[in-house]
Structure formats: C-alpha cells, structure tokens
Design a protein around this ligand. Structure first.
Ligand code: ZN
Length: 121
C-alpha cells in the first residue's frame, strides 16, 4: 500500500481512537456521578445495577476496540498494515475502508467463519 493510503487509514484510526477515548471518559464520569447518588427505593437500586452492568459491558467492548485500533496503528508503523495475518496477501482496500482494524483478508475471514460454523459455534 502506498504512503498516501497508509496516511489515510492512519487518520481514520486516530480519529476512531480519539472518539473511543472521549466516550470512555464520558462513561466513567457518568458512573462516578450516579454512584454518589442514594437509592432508598429497592426498585431504583435494581435498575441502577442494570445500568451499571450495561455500562461495564459497553466499556469492555470499547476497551477491546481501543486495543484493536492501537494494534492497527502499530501495524502502520512497522509496515505490516493491510497485509493478511493468515495468508500474507494484501487485504483489499474496500475491506479496510469498512473495517480499518481488520487483520485478515476476505478469503481467510470466510474460511474462519466456515470453520466456526462447522464447529457449531
Ligand atoms: Zn488471507
């Protein structure tokens, strides 16, 4: 992939990362605010717990995505970005445009999904 394209994907990944970190900050400050409140009514307390679990689930997903985005940025640095981890072939830019953090090409992804289906996952 030429440098212009790499820069293009670096921009996308950087702004994705920025957005994720901003969201994470907002979530954390939101959590701190609600934990300070008192819930004398058990029903309120229950729904508060559900909210909290939801927030934690979202945060977990965000954390994983942040790690993926950072990995992708590292691959841009060391020159392996856009190359399939499985077969070493270039990943199509169309696929990267849809999923900039992807590490394998469409063919390998299909194979992987096929294997998962066979295993009944
Ligand atoms: Zn591949």
């Amino acid at each position: 992939m030429n440098n212009d394209r790499l820069e293009h994907f670096r921009d996308i990944l950087n702004s994705t990362l920025e957005g994720l970190l901003q969201d994470a900050e907002r979530t954390v400050s939101g959590m701190n605010r609600t934990t300070d409140e008192h819930f004398p009514d058990p029903t309120d307390r229950a729904s508060h717990e559900t909210d909290r679990n939801f927030v934690l689930r979202v945060k977990d997903r965000e954390r994983k995505l942040v790690a993926k985005v950072k990995d992708a940025l590292k691959r841009i640095e060391d020159g392996t970005y856009g190359i399939c981890e499985e077969c070493g072939e270039p990943i199509s830019e169309k696929r990267l445009a849809v999923r900039p953090v992807t590490t394998c090409c469409v063919e390998c992804k299909k194979e992987e999904e096929e294997l998962e289906r066979q295993r009944g996952a």
